[in-house]
Design a protein around this ligand. Structure first.
Ligand SMILES: [Mg+2]
Length: 308
């Protein structure tokens, strides 16, 4: 039942309530797409909110399942969209965290076979994680006559606009070795694109490999707790002192709930207030983790609250 003891509240807040919440927190974690920007446009007020929070001595982190660009290009995007003072080490993308996972946590002895674009490949390179590079499509080649590398010890699957059938088949062949790790950048099923269209996300590509290989991927991105562990391994962050601001209930809000953070849904992206309320009314342990503590219409509300 809505409002049951211990359940999350899904409360729309503004003004002083936002200010009080933020005053009680030392760390603010922002998702990016649908929260601080929409494509190539900053959500109004987002750059000022980031600057103001930092001026108040808060630590700000950007936690995104979008693995299409390396952090270096995120830095360019932040500055292009008018954000100032953002540091590369504050950006935790699923591509960067996947590289950290493979390097620091999996102690990989061998190369990675990658389904994924530039973002993933550049972060692996930066972290010094060896992977199979420079594959060229040979016309007419099939899975029965293409070469496979003997030192592949992990398959990493992320968003890949150049995915083809042969790559998919190779990934599945490598995973027949039970010792070969299977890692997915993030579980996002799809992403909105212009004109009301959508594109399949990393989660959809991972699902294809999971089905064909009969294996389950280790998921790095939200809602897995790993991205918070990744932040906590580099910064002193107390979950009770932290709030996660996101636009997607199934990833951002569950991530915040899983990691013991306060959670705030902003309505400028994927999920709606009605969806959040519907999860609250169902009131099962699974749906409760998708119910945000707080809801705002937009990050603009945070700016107004901070300036009041
Ligand atoms: Mg988002």
């Amino acid at each position: 039942m809505a409002g049951a003891v211990g359940s999350r509240s899904c409360k729309k807040i503004r003004g002083a309530q936002i200010r009080e919440l933020l005053e009680a927190k030392a760390n603010v974690l922002f998702d990016c797409d649908g929260v601080i920007w929409d494509g190539e446009k900053a959500i109004p007020g987002a750059p000022e909110v980031v600057s103001l929070l930092k001026q108040q001595g808060k630590r700000v982190f950007f936690v995104t399942n979008n693995c299409t660009r390396p952090r270096e290009l995120y830095m360019q995007k932040f500055s292009r969209l008018g954000f100032t003072g953002v540091e590369q080490e504050e950006i935790f993308s699923s591509a960067y965290c996947s590289a950290v996972y493979l390097k620091e946590f999996a102690s990989l002895q061998g190369r990675v076979y990658v389904i994924g674009g530039d973002g993933v490949q550049k972060e692996l390179k930066e972290a010094g994680v060896p992977f199979v590079e420079g594959e060229v499509d040979v016309p007419g080649q099939t899975i029965s006559d293409c070469p496979l590398e003997s030192d592949v010890k992990a398959v990493l699957v992320g968003y890949d606009e150049k995915l083809n059938f042969l790559k998919l088949a190779k990934a599945c062949c490598y995973l027949r070795d039970a010792e070969c790790l299977f890692v997915s950048t993030d579980p996002d099923p799809w992403h909105p694109v212009r004109g009301g269209r959508i594109t399949p996300g990393s989660g959809s590509l991972t699902a294809a490999v999971e089905t064909a290989s009969n294996r389950k991927a280790i998921v790095v991105g939200k809602p897995s707790k790993f991205m918070f562990e990744c932040i906590a391994s580099q910064f002193d962050v107390d979950p009770a002192q932290s709030v996660m601001v996101g636009d997607r209930l199934e990833t951002d809000i569950v991530f915040g709930s899983n990691c013991g953070l306060s959670t705030m849904l902003t309505l400028t992206g994927v999920s709606t207030f009605e969806e959040a309320q519907a999860y609250m009314e169902r009131d099962t342990p699974e749906t409760q983790s998708m119910v945000p503590d707080y809801v705002v219409d937009s990050i603009t509300d945070i700016l107004l609250a901070l300036k009041e």
